[in-house]
Design a protein around this ligand. Structure first.
Ligand code: SAM
Length: 215
């Protein structure tokens, strides 16, 4: 079985949008306890199709024994200060990922506006990793990071690590900012949608931004 009910959210998205194609390379941000790793690996199809699933979480995650195989690996790290070049290096041949998923959520304080703002921040980080966000104000530490890196990949890293034609899923907590956030994505992807999965608890304000086919 699956490690968490969150599996059914990704399964619903996968059934509806076919986000993960056989042999895809998937980056799963906020992967603990590992249910999305299971669904992602299943979606790759048989081992001979190839593909890869890389999960990152603040918590240490053991690759699930069910529905996962040698194509799955996990990294224990904070996505908010994980260098883009390092994330790219985790992709097959360093060529980037064809699918990036973020189910990250902040530690909820219970203060609705605060939690929503934190979730937008995490979402922005996922978006920056995926497609780069040149038109958004950069944080000071990001600037430092860019000044320090002057390797051949530093210029390309501003563009993000999602391959052209790639798909992106980002969990957000509902607020007015969600519309603005989805507008940023609309121009960069051929298709985008907001979905509240059936497996989401009725008390939860979570919503998933699904972007397909990066231009
Ligand atoms: N998709 C997962 C699954 O199906 O098993 C469930 C993910 S859970 C809802 C959210 C995860 O995001 C938590 O495990 C949390 O540790 C992680 N997270 C939150 N902020 C993070 C960050 N800055 N870096 C990495 N992981 C983070």
């Amino acid at each position: 079985g699956y490690l968490a009910r969150s599996a059914f959210k990704l399964l619903q998205m996968q059934n509806k949008y076919k986000l993960i194609k056989p042999g895809a390379s998937v980056l799963d941000l906020g992967c603990a306890p590992g249910a999305w790793l299971q669904v992602a690996c299943q979606s790759l199809g048989p081992l001979k199709n190839g593909g890869a699933v890389v999960g990152i979480d603040l918590k240490k995650v053991k690759v699930p024994s069910v529905h996962c195989d040698s194509r799955v690996q996990t990294v224990c790290a904070d996505v908010t200060n994980f260098p883009k070049g390092q994330a790219r290096a985790l992709s097959p041949k360093g060529k980037g990922f064809s699918v990036i998923l973020s189910d990250m959520c902040p530690l909820v304080s219970g203060v609705t506006t605060k939690d929503a703002a934190l979730s937008i921040e995490l979402g922005m980080r996922a978006l920056d990793l995926a497609i780069g966000t040149p038109d958004l104000p950069v944080q000071d530490d990001d600037i430092c990071e860019e000044k320090q890196s002057d390797g051949p990949s530093s210029e390309a890293d501003e563009n993000g690590i999602l391959r052209p034609g790639g798909n992106l899923v980002i969990k957000l907590l509902e607020s007015e900012d969600v519309q603005e956030f989805s507008q940023i994505c609309k121009s960069r992807f051929k298709k985008s949608a907001l979905l509240r999965p059936k497996a989401t608890r009725s008390s939860s304000r979570e919503i998933y931004l699904i972007c397909q086919d990066l231009r």
